[in-house]
Design a protein around this ligand. Structure first.
Ligand SMILES: [Zn+2]
Length: 68
């Protein structure tokens, strides 16, 4: 049994900044992921979000503001 109280932070796609659960990005299909990111961002309505437009986000979901 794995330790249940150890919460692991997800990975983020370096290309589109999307928070990814698996080993590759659902949008780009890339495995170019980073665990070193900050600024949790939830995009619900990309077409009416200035942040989404600036970041080039076209799909709703969870994103990171900064990825290293
Ligand atoms: Zn991506």
């Amino acid at each position: 049994m794995p330790p249940a109280n150890k919460k692991k932070q997800g990975k983020v796609c370096r290309d589109c900044h999307r928070v990814v659960d698996g080993e590759n990005c659902v949008i780009c299909g890339t495995t170019n992921l980073s665990e070193d990111w900050s600024g949790y961002l939830v995009i619900i309505d990309p077409e009416n979000s200035e942040v989404a437009k600036r970041m080039g986000i076209r799909l709703p979901g969870r994103y990171a503001l900064k990825v290293r």
